[in-house]
Design a protein around this ligand. Sequence first.
Ligand code: FPP
Ligand code: MG
Length: 334
Amino acid sequence: MTHEQAHSHAHRPEALLPELADVEELIRRHLAPDEPFLEAAAAHALRTGGKRLRPVVFLLLAKALGQRPGVPHIVVAAVLELCHTASLFHDDVLDRARVRRGRETLHTLRGNREAVLYGDHVLAGAFQLLADLSRPDLVALMADLVRRVCAGEIRQWSRRGRLLRREEYLAIVAAKTASFFRTAGVLAGRLAALDASHADRLGRFGECFGIAYQIGDDLYDIVAPPRADKSTGRDAKAGILTLPWICLRDAHGAQALRDLYFKAGGEPDALASALADARMRAAVEESAQIASRLLGEGAAFFEELPRSPARGALAALAGDLRAKIIRLASGKGP
Ligand code: FPP
Ligand code: MG
């Protein structure tokens, strides 16, 4: 192991965050079915846990602020993850996605009705957990987050098949995905008793990270091979214009977009043929650069905090995301 690798390993979040085990335990306890007819959906939710990225970002921010995470932090981290889980059950119904996290999605196994209702059940349960902290300010922040996520999804849907402007795409992504990370930052600030404007600055770090994260996801949808660990190639089919297509249009005009995008929306192999076009590859590269710039902008916010292992881990997390996006865009695979 080189010095660099040893150094970056020291910043791995798992090593720094023993609290994640408590968060996991709380999530598991919370998802345990209290009615026999919930068993199938709950078993699915327990099998398909993701990277716990929202709890990780939240807890690292809390630690970077000098906090020793206690019960409120564990609860807030679990609530963020449970709300995210609920949103994915709904999202996969809306997107008709058959695969996520390498497994069949809940609605594929149990039908739309159960997936939607179980999503609501998990969401309401998350708010119950949060309410037990007797902090109405935190409940209000979380409710506002869910409203923004839903509004972002509605806005995206209402604009499908239209030529989005870049700012519009970024606003949609800020709402539907980055809201979780922004709120994670604001919540970490609130629990550290920062005033509202300082907490908002942490929120801005989360927002930049979250937008970059979704740009990465949108690139993955375009460049990942068809049999990947989640359903891909779906955005173009649904008429959802993501950043690479917007960059293509801005650089080469609406005709280039029509030639490549509308074909990609209609034909199974057309994404691959769009990517064979140098203009499209340049647009993919430009999207990765935009994500990279946002990650740099976000980093400026947490660099205001004192140096600490947690701050180092946040920098490493942003650096890993940047490297992954650049790798995806260069065609070297996920
Ligand atoms: C993933 O986007 C989905 C979201 C970021 C949010 C989905 C939110 C809803 C469906 C509203 C319901 C919300 C709650 C909190 C119950 P994507 O489809 O681009 O990404 P993917 O490739 O991971 O599916
Ligand atoms: Mg989706």
